[in-house]
Design a protein around this ligand. Sequence first.
Ligand SMILES: Nc1nc2c(ncn2[C@@H]2O[C@H](COP(=O)(O)OP(=O)(O)OP(=O)(O)O)[C@@H](O)[C@H]2O)c(=O)[nH]1
Ligand SMILES: [Mg+2]
Length: 285
Amino acid sequence: MDSKSCFILGLPSAGKTSYLAALAYSLQQKQVETKLHWESFSGDHQYLASLAETWLTAEPVSRTSTGLQQTSLTICLSDCEGKIFNITFPDLSGETFQKQYVDREIDGSMADSIINGNGILVFINPREIIEPALISELPLEHRLKPVPNTEILEREPANADPTEVQIVELLQDIEFLTKNKRYKKVPLSIIVSAWDIVDASYSIPETCIRERIPLLWQFLKANDDIFLTSYYGVSAQGGSLDTGEESEYLIDQFETNPAERIVVVNNAGEKSHDITLPLWEVMNK
Ligand SMILES: Nc1nc2c(ncn2[C@@H]2O[C@H](COP(=O)(O)OP(=O)(O)OP(=O)(O)O)[C@@H](O)[C@H]2O)c(=O)[nH]1
Ligand SMILES: [Mg+2]
């Protein structure tokens, strides 16, 4: 049996665990057609089973702390052609990636999963984007005033630097780590999570990335000889779960077929409920 692995990257609250919760539920239901299906559990399945349960009851997932992060979850899947394979992926804490960005250091086992992996999913939550401030947009008095050294020392890069700068830096680490594998491009899927809150004028995920975080889009365009990129918009929850009323509304509305809560938009703007699509695509490139 084939063994594959997928690396999952994203800053805090990027939507990684919510995606895995919807995936865990989707893989075991039959009402909505999906490219991938659950064949059997391998390893410790408790984590994914409990995420699936949380998803079904329309509760938001808890933040993944570094102490509770999962470095290697394995499930046995079958694809639409009946091919069966084991797939391994992590559910890491966004803080792990912030630390990597700030310290410019990566854990050895994480580096190995990137080097030996088959593809990467990168999550970006439109609600969490830190926009860059252009010098030309700052009031003149700020631009003329010298910055005191204390302010520079107190700067917190993880909470202040633009999202696009942090993600591009993390992708540059991947570029470096995979440099001996240049015979093959790195399959990458950029996933705009919480697609239900994205401005309705965006029907194409790549346009949303190009306009909201242009540095990332430019980086991927300029490095298309290294990364083989696809773009998806994903609403894993199907809507906001910030209040009990919102959760109840979603449960009632999709009582007969909960998996229809999920919305996945590909780069042609086509909508489906198949949350396995980004994973299936990066595994097949
Ligand atoms: N509206 C909406 N919100 C979502 C959706 N998916 C995730 N969110 C929200 O985004 C926030 C972060 O989601 P998580 O899945 O915990 O993100 P994460 O990347 O695992 O974050 P860390 O564990 O901190 O690294 C939560 O408040 C979720 O409720 C969605 O489909 N729609
Ligand atoms: Mg998480």
